[in-house]
Design a protein around this ligand. Structure first.
Ligand SMILES: Cc1cc2nc3c(=O)[nH]c(=O)nc-3n(C[C@H](O)[C@H](O)[C@H](O)COP(=O)(O)O)c2cc1C
Length: 165
């Protein structure tokens, strides 16, 4: 619980790179996510190439945090999964696992939305030569935080809860 409550989106990073052990831990957590029928309809593109990360930062206004990020992980949806309508949920679970692991490792990260917006998907495809059976789901900017990591507000709201007995 404390890990979940201490996660927040980090959008400014130092120039320090992310070590391979941390990258492996985030990918291990991602692939441990639940998925419909255990279909695991994901692959992960690990982008360390700074000029390419800079290009990806132009995909949308929301992608700007990539400008200072030394690392981007892009979860991508694999075509022909047995339960295709569930793929976005599966990928979202994997993405959240990456964010939580980044927090655990004292890294910062932010989820940058791509899927299902066709213009963003196309822009990403123009930058990264993805095979046609892979669709970008989101981009995660990751690095060492260069801003406060303190979570200042708890969002718990009892009025959002209905109890059925
Ligand atoms: C589906 C999704 C898309 C998001 N897209 C962006 C984005 O494009 N750019 C960005 O800076 N943050 C993006 N975020 C992060 C949210 O803005 C952030 O989670 C929200 O403001 C709550 O703040 P917190 O993560 O610090 O708790 C996205 C989050 C989700 C779940």
């Amino acid at each position: 619980m404390s890990l979940i409550l201490s996660r927040k989106s980090i959008r400014k990073f130092t120039t320090e790179g992310v070590d391979q052990t941390s990258i492996d831990a985030m990918l291990t957590a991602a692939m441990q996510a639940p998925s419909a029928r255990n279909q695991q309809p994901w692959e992960f593109i690990v982008i360390k190439n700074k000029p390419m990360i800079d290009q990806l930062s132009e995909v949308s206004n929301g992608a700007k945090p990539l400008k200072s990020a030394p690392l981007a992980i892009m979860p991508v949806i694999k075509k022909d999964a047995p339960a295709p309508h569930m793929c976005p949920q599966d990928l979202a679970a994997a993405t959240q696992n990456i964010l939580l692991t980044a927090t655990e490792l004292n890294l910062g990260a932010v989820w940058i939305g791509v899927f299902p917006l066709e213009d963003r998907i196309q822009k990403v495809r123009e930058i990264i030569d993805l095979p046609s059976h892979l669709t970008p789901f989101c981009m995660i900017a990751i690095g060492h935080p260069d801003q406060s990591t303190e979570v200042t507000k708890l969002r718990y709201d009892a009025s959002r809860i209905t109890v059925v007995e």
